[in-house]
Design a protein. Structure first.
Length: 133
């Protein structure tokens, strides 16, 4: 690789090939100002439209609505087993098995709550039986 570098340097040299004329930047600003056209700037009085005025408020309301919806979704994920209703089912199952169906039909709990409770009881009984052995 070094041999290739040395042959390239011998062939082309170290001269970059670009040179800036002497005193080029001394009067650069003056020459640039002369090249630019004279343009008169007039202030324009533009009234914002109704949408331009209420757009930030609408965007802010949409943001808060989105945050509220996310909080509702995440709270449903974490609170899907409604602990109070599961405890009520547990008490009903322990006290009187015949009235459980009436309790469910009255809208006290969902089938999901009962299944999750029964699964957790079955798992805890299974864990207790393996520990005893």
């Amino acid at each position: 690789m070094k041999q290739d570098d040395s042959t390239i340097l011998k062939k082309y040299g170290k001269d970059p090939g670009f040179k800036v004329p002497e005193n080029y930047f001394d009067d650069f600003n003056k020459r640039m100002a002369e090249m630019l056209p004279d343009v008169e700037i007039t202030p324009v009085d533009v009234k914002p439209t109704m949408w331009q005025r209420i757009k930030p408020i609408v965007y802010m309301a949409a943001m808060f609505a989105g945050v509220w919806c996310m909080m509702q979704v995440f709270s449903n994920f974490t609170d899907s087993g409604n602990l109070d209703s599961v405890r009520a089912v547990a008490e009903k199952l322990q006290d009187d098995k015949s009235n459980v169906d009436e309790f469910i039909m009255s809208g006290g709990v969902s089938d999901y709550d009962i299944l999750s409770y029964e699964d957790s009881v079955a798992m805890s009984n299974k864990a207790d039986s393996t520990v005893d052995e």
